[in-house]
Design a protein around this ligand. Structure first.
Ligand code: FAD
Length: 320
């Protein structure tokens, strides 16, 4: 028996979400008293693979195949299921990001495995296997029991953090020998439409609401985001008004995000908005109204006008 963690890379590099996944699965494997196997797919340099040893990845199986550099969920699901069978893995874990969301259900069907997505912490109980996840946009929790011999879970961003636990790493190469038909559909080229930081993966998000008063004022939001290397986001009325695109709208009916740092500028903090950002590690609110509900969920609050405060923050970041 063993635990498999799928370590997604981005152009050969791992991100914090991968380190969190390795930390989580290291702890899960210890609690299950079993081995952790970290699986990497696509070309990743040895040095980068070894960086996972800092978070407890003792054994890494690398499918170092350039054909698999682009994530194709059918192919990745096939590779991970094959490895799970060979290694006798009974628990398969991945991050609840776009790749995890695409691959995990395919593995679940392939292996007739029960699945739970966006799990919030280590299992509540190992036998029976019970995990906790958020429902109704994080307003409630549910405990999900998985009874199948093989279990698939995805873990929510920032549910665990990454804990250093340096170990010696052994790296094995694996060639899955897949049916050529699986590669008949190939992504030939990915064209970047923007150089902006992707909201779903961003560690820092600068978000603004109706308190900005006009789309013409968004320059101060973008400048702070640029200075911090952050993604931009907005409240729903802002995207409904067409001030910003709907892909930036966060909340109950928009994206649910969990960055390390979230700025809410001119956002009142309605429950539907907070539903999408409440798992942020640190929330900084800027609002002229000291009674605004956003201050109830914020870690730091600045009572002031966004048009004055945001440029000052940008200047401070640039000078730091
Ligand atoms: P407002 O509520 O108008 O707040 C503006 C804030 O800016 C105020 O607090 C004000 O004090 C402050 N302000 C004004 N001027 C300044 C200034 N110069 N400097 C600093 N602060 C200033 N909303 C979402 O965001 N996401 C959702 O997913 C979502 N889903 C919804 C689903 C349903 C079914 C419903 C009914 C509503 C939903 N909403 C959602 C809407 C939500 O209820 C709120 O109406 C919305 O979040 C308010 O947006 P806002 O904070 O930008 O605007």
């Amino acid at each position: 028996m063993s635990v498999i963690a799928f370590a997604k890379n981005w152009n050969g590099k791992f991100k914090n979400s991968t380190f969190e996944l390795v930390s989580y699965t290291r702890n899960l494997a210890s609690q299950l008293n079993t081995q952790l196997i970290v699986v990497s797919i696509g070309e990743v340099k040895e040095e980068e693979l070894k960086s996972l040893g800092k978070y407890g990845a003792e054994r890494i199986i690398s499918v170092n195949d350039p054909q698999m550099n682009t994530l194709t969920s059918r192919v990745y699901a096939q590779v991970i299921s094959k490895l799970a069978e060979i290694e006798g893995a009974d628990t398969i874990v991945m991050s609840d990001n776009e790749s995890g969301k695409a691959i995990a259900p395919r593995i679940s069907v392939k292996m007739k495995a029960g699945m739970a997505s966006a799990v919030l912490e280590l299992p509540v109980s190992m036998n029976p296997f019970v995990v906790k996840k958020g429902v109704f946009s994080g307003k409630a929790f549910e405990h999900v029991q998985i009874d199948s011999p093989v279990k698939v879970i995805t873990i929510a961003k920032n549910c665990f953090g990454f804990i250093e636990n340096q170990v010696d790493v052994s790296i094995e190469e694996f060639s899955p020998n897949l049916d050529a038909a699986l590669f008949k559909i190939q992504v030939l080229e990915e064209e970047k439409q923007t150089n902006k930081v992707n909201l779903a993966d961003a560690d820092i998000v600068v978000s603004a609401g109706r308190g900005m008063r006009s789309p013409d004022n968004w320059g101060v939001v973008e400048e702070l985001a640029d200075a911090l290397g952050a993604a931009t986001a907005c409240s729903r009325p802002v995207s409904d008004e067409g001030w910003r695109g709907h892909e930036e709208h966060v909340g109950q009916t928009g994206k649910v995000i969990a960055p390390n740092l979230y700025f809410a500028a001119g956002i009142s903090g309605a429950i539907q908005h907070v539903a999408g950002i409440s798992r942020s590690k640190c929330i900084v609110a800027i609002n002229t109204d000291p009674e605004a509900p956003i201050f109830g969920v914020a870690d730091y609050g600045i009572v002031g006008d966004v048009m004055e405060v945001l440029p000052k923050l940008t200047e401070a970041v640039r000078n730091s």
